[in-house]
Design a protein around this ligand. Sequence first.
Ligand SMILES: [Fe+2]
Length: 189
Amino acid sequence: MNADRYNIPQLIADLELVSAQLDVDREIVSAVRPLARCAALSKSSWLEDRMYHADAAQGFGVHLLHEKPDHTLAIFAVSWLPHRGAPPHDHGTWAVIAGVDGPEKNEFFERADDGSRPGHAELRKVGEKVCAAGDVVAMPRGMIHGVWNETDAVTVSLHIYGKHINYTARSQFDRERRTEMPFIVRVEA
Ligand SMILES: [Fe+2]
């Protein structure tokens, strides 16, 4: 794996191998972590100017690079507008995210309630990590994070999921209102 030559077709082939050999989330994200880093560091092979476009309404732009016909093994370039972000959310699948251009602040949370009241959720912050170019955040299913671009420029990161996140019935959380709601994102055409 050469960071100068790695590209999205090679990443897809490697992800196919990982998914064929492993079925435990923690093992999968450990195996995907170096692939994501390598792909992020070889951005010249795949990153296009159009992927910096972000949707002003949602604060970020979601650019689909790959998914299988059953929506598994989804790869996105996600751009983040300055001083915007995504609320705390889960993914409904495993997720590995690598910084590509600019630092993004990730905050991690866990549920502080027992999940017994539909639509109600209380979150407790358990950590944070600033993810710059080549840095990787690897999350097994169930982990909750929020993302924020604290810089004055658009940032870009590479997102790899076990399944396209609009097909996993995942949730977003409002910490102040203590709510849990569906989280569907708008994907760029
Ligand atoms: Fe996320």
